[in-house]
Design a binder for this molecule. Structure first.
Ligand code: MG
Length: 451
């Protein structure tokens, strides 16, 4: 039997189909027309050309006093780069060293597109892992690669994460004051600006000003600058604070409070039971990470919602806690757990356990990091609320394109990538400092309180 070229082509095509090459099959049948005009491949089908990492460096800057660390990744395409937040503000110089001494050597020449592969390989490249220094360094790299991918695709990063689940990011503001009345006035001011969520603290974390002259200072123990906290005064003050704010500001505002892990678990249970009637949105970090087992008693004793995880380094710390429904909101510092890639995994895990997001977003997260929060917040279904700060003009000059706060909502700009840039010339005017940080807090007898 005489064969012809079409028959050969069909047999070849069937072999290819057997090998699972549908694209090849379509291509072959598409060529049967002897006089078909050659068609140009449409832009969407061309894919992206290979692109390599050319350099990686750290940029430290402190426009408002708090150390911020940024990773800048340059590519082999002239002018195409990405930036990411690597801010471990208390030990910024160590992160800068990790990036400049090790990350460039590891990354240069590698493909910019394979973010997961880069994350996994750098994560184990030092063998020991999950510390705050290297996790922040890898976060800077990770966010910068997402920034580059968005720029290459011509899309904001939230589009690459699945598109918007909401039009903007509902944010909370910080109200403080020395008396409950002062705090209530502050809350009302934010409500008038359009905020629906406000965190309330009386005299900062632990209400230190309520403590009297501590005995350890009289005894010459510790340093004169060490702080003193009276736990009993604090746990008695918080319910009175909530009562006054509810009385003055009503029920149409969600109230949050951060305990900063500073009291004993049993004292926390008793305090939270007294807060139930004021309907808090969340109580943050009720115990230290060393006391996770106490959540069983907390959950059994009170219906107050909890946010937890600010001090978590290892994303695995969320797994058992979520499976046991220990808390309601994910409170981790995105750069501390390693960037957008692990944060998305934690967020998606939370969806299955009805745990929502509440990323840590104070002034010692760079605007690049805040943008990363917002892109995730826009995309995930199980969003809770986002901590916000109002960026100063000084900060906005260093980081053009920072997220905008309007009527209690955060908006990212629609530029491709994370949407934020860094002006390195201006950033250099504000060098980082090496202050060890003022986290020495003691009981009356001088015992250290964590943190
Ligand atoms: Mg906190």
């Amino acid at each position: 039997m005489k064969s012809n070229s079409a028959g050969i082509n069909r047999r070849n095509a069937l072999r290819m189909m057997g090998a699972g090459s549908a694209a090849g099959l379509l291509g072959l049948f598409g060529s049967f027309g002897a006089h078909a005009a050659p068609r140009e491949t449409p832009g969407y089908a061309r894919g992206m050309p290979p692109l390599k990492i050319k350099s990686v460096k750290a940029i430290g800057t402190a426009p408002q006093g708090a150390n911020l660390v940024i990773v800048k990744v340059e590519t082999t395409e002239p002018g195409l780069y990405g930036i990411g937040c690597a801010t471990f503000t208390q030990r910024a110089e160590v992160v800068v060293t990790a990036i400049n001494s090790y990350m460039g050597d590891f990354c240069v020449g590698k493909d910019v597109d394979n973010i997961e592969d880069m994350w996994q390989s750098f994560f184990v490249s030092s063998y020991w892992r999950n510390g705050p220094v290297l996790n922040n360094a890898i976060s800077g790299l990770d966010q910068a690669l997402w920034d580059i991918k968005g720029k290459r695709a011509g899309m904001p990063v939230y589009q690459l994460l699945g598109g918007k689940s909401r039009f903007a990011v509902d944010a909370y503001a910080h109200a403080d004051g020395k008396t409950p009345e002062e705090v209530a006035d502050h809350v009302q001011k934010y409500m008038d600006q359009g905020f629906r969520y406000v965190r309330i603290q009386q005299g900062g974390y632990g209400s230190l000003y309520l403590a009297q002259q501590p005995d350890f200072k009289d005894a010459g123990f510790g340093m004169p600058t060490d702080d003193f906290m009276d736990s009993n005064a604090y746990v008695q003050a918080v319910p009175k604070l909530f009562k006054e704010v509810r009385k003055r500001c009503g029920e149409d505002v969600d109230l949050l409070h951060d305990t900063h892990e500073r009291v004993q678990p049993v004292d926390m249970i008793n305090m939270c039971k007294r807060l139930e009637e004021y309907n808090p949105y969340w109580i943050e970090d009720p115990v230290t990470p060393e006391n996770m087992e106490w959540f069983k008693q907390l959950r059994a004793s009170t219906t107050v919602p909890f946010a937890m995880g600010e001090l978590f380094n290892n994303p695995n710390e969320f797994v058992g806690a979520m499976a046991n429904h220990y808390f309601d909101y994910i409170r981790c510092h995105i750069s501390q757990v390693g960037g957008i890639t692990p944060a998305m995994k934690i967020a998606r895990l939370g969806e299955f356990f009805n745990v929502k997001s509440g990323w840590h977003g104070p002034g010692d997260v760079s605007p690049v990091g805040h943008a990363a929060h917002c892109h995730i917040d826009l995309a995930i279904w199980n969003f809770g609320v986002q901590e916000s700060v109002d960026f100063s003009d000084k900060l906005a000059e260093v980081f053009p394109g920072s997220p905008q706060l309007k009527k209690g909502y955060l908006y990212v700009n629609e530029a491709p990538g994370l949407g934020v840039d860094i002006n390195e010339t201006v950033a250099a005017k504000y060098p980082i400092n090496n202050h060890a940080g003022k986290w020495t807090l003691r009981k009356r007898d001088g015992t250290i309180i964590r943190p």
